[in-house]
Design a protein around this ligand. Structure first.
Ligand SMILES: Nc1ncnc2c1ncn2[C@@H]1O[C@H](COP(=O)(O)OP(=O)(O)O)[C@@H](O)[C@H]1O
Ligand SMILES: [Mg+2]
Length: 221
């Protein structure tokens, strides 16, 4: 069976793309029997850096992918073809800019796109611009007989009025917002690890566990 590919993508840096990816990957690694590979395609290399720093064989696997190489698309496809045989789930930390081919290609190759959204006017505008590019990819995939699911996850949630505007995003580029969200909490800053889970899986009150349950359900894991 080939792996399910899930891209974490946004145009706006600082929305929590890498954070959400790492929290999710660690929970899957610790709580399920799924084999996870993270391909860090972002030039910032946040995931790869933390992975190297922790230097632990108790983590899920992380490789980085450099898009500024000759024939990046072909090599990316080759990398994925090999990885798909070995892993159940492949998470992509997609590069952060929408103009280049990198984001387009990362999404094209994915089954699911997870978009972290933060409720500031600038973030919402950038997210809408990003989501408007998705129908083009969907059309290409549909012609090949593949579907693309697009989910939004509200991150750094607080009590500002901008949060009411987030429902505007529903439906753009086929986006469906998660009903769970992550608050703005220091534990997400401090707790980033490729080895350790952020919380006890049994804690049913925990907002991360609500999100994680919804993630497993929506992504059919
Ligand atoms: N829910 C959250 N609560 C508090 N801090 C967060 C949360 N999500 C992300 N952060 C912090 O925000 C910053 C940007 O997050 P990051 O995951 O690096 O964003 P991106 O990958 O989209 O650029 C980091 O310092 C991270 O620790
Ligand atoms: Mg990042």
């Amino acid at each position: 069976m080939s792996a399910k590919i899930i891209a974490f993508a946004t145009q706006k840096g600082g929305s929590g793309k890498s954070t959400l990816l790492m929290l999710t990957a660690a929970a899957i690694h610790n709580r399920t029997d799924k084999k996870v590979l993270v391909i860090d395609c972002d030039p910032q290399k946040s995931v790869k850096d933390i992975y190297k720093h922790e230097n632990s064989n108790r983590s899920y696997d992380v490789i980085s992918y450099n898009w500024s190489q000759p024939k990046p698309e072909t090599n990316f496809q080759k990398t994925l073809a090999i990885a798909e045989k070995k892993y159940d789930l492949i998470f992509l930390d997609a590069p952060g800019k929408v103009e280049g081919k990198e984001v387009y290609f990362s999404i094209l190759i994915s089954d699911i796109v997870v978009v972290p959204v933060v409720a500031s006017a600038l973030d919402i505008k950038a997210t809408i611009n990003f989501l408007k590019t998705i129908p083009i990819v969907k059309e290409v995939k549909a012609k090949q007989g593949f579907d693309l699911k697009v989910y939004g996850v509200v991150n750094k949630k607080d009590n500002t009025v901008e949060h009411q505007r987030l429902t505007e995003l529903n439906g753009i580029g086929g986006l469906e917002l998660f009903s769970s969200s992550l608050s703005n909490l220091v534990r997400y800053k401090r707790g980033i690890s490729t080895v350790f889970d952020i919380t006890e899986p049994e804690n049913t009150e925990d907002e991360f566990n609500h999100y994680f349950k919804e993630f497993l359900h929506k992504c059919d894991i």
